[in-house]
Design a protein around this ligand. Structure first.
Ligand SMILES: NC(=O)c1ccc[n+]([C@@H]2O[C@H](COP(=O)([O-])OP(=O)(O)OC[C@H]3O[C@@H](n4cnc5c(N)ncnc54)[C@H](OP(=O)(O)O)[C@@H]3O)[C@@H](O)[C@H]2O)c1
Length: 205
């Protein structure tokens, strides 16, 4: 919804075109059919999103992320930028825990894609509930990617009012970012704080 304010075409990808069409109509109804949404937000399949978009943001559960990317990997082409928002998180009893694996989700995506497709991890610490509400937000988005890819990711993050992109390191650091969501989910449930996020403070001396 927020991306549709600034970009002329945003495709809501899905495994099912019908489901995406239904969800786009629900969103239009929920948001009162503003012109920017009616004109910019389009329904599509994951395949449509992969082949037609300059930037693709992957927002599927950890368990299905690799398989989802495997199914569409062949559709990506040179110069596209894939941003993985997938968090590596599981739940044991009442606690959320990061899933420790050798390769992060975004590194595993890189393995599937052409080397000319850019890949980044970002948005793991931005709660979707807050994004969907019509409220001002103020959050930092920790971005892990090659430094050469950061400006493109930064452009997308900055196109959402209230989000500040921060370069947090190369893709080798993405596992750390993907694990942070577990901390936020515990902060939410244990401290009764709704939609928590991270904001980096600094003090000039
Ligand atoms: N929610 C948040 O606030 C938040 C914040 C930061 C990061 N994340 C991360 O972003 C990702 C998505 O989170 P979410 O809360 O949006 O999850 P979600 O609502 O459970 O799933 C998002 C979409 O993924 C698709 N999906 C579900 N199961 C699938 C499967 N087995 N195979 C392929 N696609 C499947 C579904 O789309 P279709 O049925 O239309 O295909 C679903 O609408 C997760 O990795 C999460 O950790 C979430």
């Amino acid at each position: 919804v927020r991306l549709s304010k600034k970009h002329e075409q945003v495709i809501l990808g899905s495994r099912s075109k019908e489901k995406s069409e239904r969800r786009v109509q629900e969103i239009l109804t929920e948001k009162g059919r503003p012109q920017f949404l009616s004109e910019h937000l389009k329904a599509g399949t994951n395949q449509d999103a992969a082949s037609d978009s300059e930037v693709i943001i992957v927002t599927v559960p950890f368990e299905s992320a690799f398989e989802t990317m495997q199914n569409i990997a062949g559709l990506f082409h040179e110069g596209q930028t894939v941003i993985s928002a997938v968090a590596a998180v599981t739940r044991k009893d009442k606690e959320f825990l990061p899933i420790k694996s050798e390769r992060s989700v975004s590194e595993s995506f890189k393995d599937l894609l052409l080397p000319t497709v850019n890949i980044a991890a970002a948005f793991q610490t931005v709660p979707s509930g807050a994004l969907y509400m019509e409220i001002p937000i103020d959050a930092d988005v920790l971005v892990c990617c090659d430094l050469s890819v950061f400006s493109k990711v930064s452009e997308i993050v900055s196109s959402i009012d209230g989000l500040r992109p921060l370069y947090a390191g190369s893709l080798a650091l993405s596992r750390e970012v993907e694990g942070l969501t577990a901390l936020l989910l515990n902060i939410q449930s244990r401290n009764k704080i709704r939609n928590p996020t991270f904001k980096v403070n600094s003090y000039s001396v």
